[in-house]
Design a protein around this ligand. Sequence first.
Ligand code: HEM
Length: 477
Amino acid sequence: MTQVRDLPGPRGLPLIGHLHRFSSKQFHLALEKWADRYGPLFQIRLGLSRFVVISDQGAIRSILDQRPRGFRRNSVLADRFHELGLKGLFTAEGDQWRQQRRIVVTALSRTRLATFFPKMAATTARLQRRWEALADRGAAVDICHDMTRFTVDVTMQLAFGIDPNTLETPGPVIQQHLGIIGPGLQRRLLALVPYWRLVPLPADRALDRAVKVLEQEVAAVVRATRQRMAAHPQQEPSNFLEAMLRVADHEGSNLTSADLLAYTSQLLLAGEDTTSYTISWIIYYFTQFPDFFQQAQAEVDALMAPAAALDDFQQTSHLPFIDAFSNEAMRLKSVAPALSLQALVNTELLGCFIPKGTRLIVLLRHMATSEEHFADGDYFAPERWLPNQNGEVTQPHHPQAFVPFGAGPRICPGQNLAILEMRSVLAMLCRNFDLELVNPQRQVKEELAVVMRPDHLQVRLKRRSGVPVHSRQRVVA
Ligand code: HEM
């Protein structure tokens, strides 16, 4: 059987391995290029740590399915989060993971989403008013920036029962700090040594400050929730935070206030960047394919007119073209193009012996773009997701190779929430606005900041004629 050290891979340098071959923001692109060259299983070194990189669909699926017993998240990733006080479901293992997973899955269930939908519709209406004001002034919209305002407002309402209304808050909001955490963590994940413990650079101090602000914001939410629960002790928990507080207050619970704060902060982070950057990439593709954008507009007009936005939960599952377009955007611009894991037992992958403790990187996006799984895999073609008149998908198409939310027991528990947010925002956008890139000459590049985002995305919106004018409340841009 092949040993890890015998696997192919690019030539590295002593001590630093391959760290000099890419910038931390472009790590995923380097891995994908090497996968094309060295095949479905190859090795690289990041400093002294050796990683096995996998792009084979069957092997990836088997790894994801064998969690939590066979594989865990990479312990370095967990350490980097935890030393910032960001513990939570994403980096939890063992019993802590089991306990939190149940609570998070219940808090984000479809039943909860159906009840929550009117609040999401109201948050979407705020976004619409914000965009109408910007359109009327002819001002550029920073899409990533506005989408993080939207996702924080939604996640906090659903998971914590608090409405921060950052969409209509003037001046600095929590997102300004959250935006520093992803890039800061990304840099630390690929640092040769944890230098910040001895000599923190200005960027490390900014990262620490951002996490402190997040902690303070979340602490205030936890305090308010405790007070609310104390006033209504008989009421059943209605969201993630209330359920966690119930566990913490249970006699014999070893859940500390610090744990609670950490879990809550990490859930907010997990739901914020991923969804906002996914919606941003979808909007980016709308700017690139005006014909498809018109098709999406026709779909929402037929479904929603004369309303200006989705106002009924049942309507949200009747947007086949927008769903197909979104799938295609997620296939090509997956915000989680790779996952970093670690073997918990000795195992075998594609004929190679993988000893316990081996660090692995699975390339989710690479398998979703390979010709083997999707015909013309590099091309943007939403129709590949739409069945023909006989209900069949006609092009080579391997749905198992498309896992933007991961797979197996640790699949993203926020998937349904994210899809609902996407449908709600995109339907509102298509129904009410036309759009164009502010600077079409400037290429929009991929940038890894734990999740993969557009390095910039500014659009100009124009109100569509013939659509009812939304209430003109004052909105601060
Ligand atoms: C389009 C938006 C999103 C994408 C693309 C996405 C993607 C992912 C991926 C790839 C994973 C890793 C899954 C695995 O290891 O198999 C994950 C895990 C996770 N996601 Fe999401 N996610 C999104 C939205 C959300 C939202 C809205 C929330 C919550 C509010 C959320 C909470 C989590 C949590 C807590 C985990 C860790 C699950 C575990 O380890 O058991 N995500 N997500």
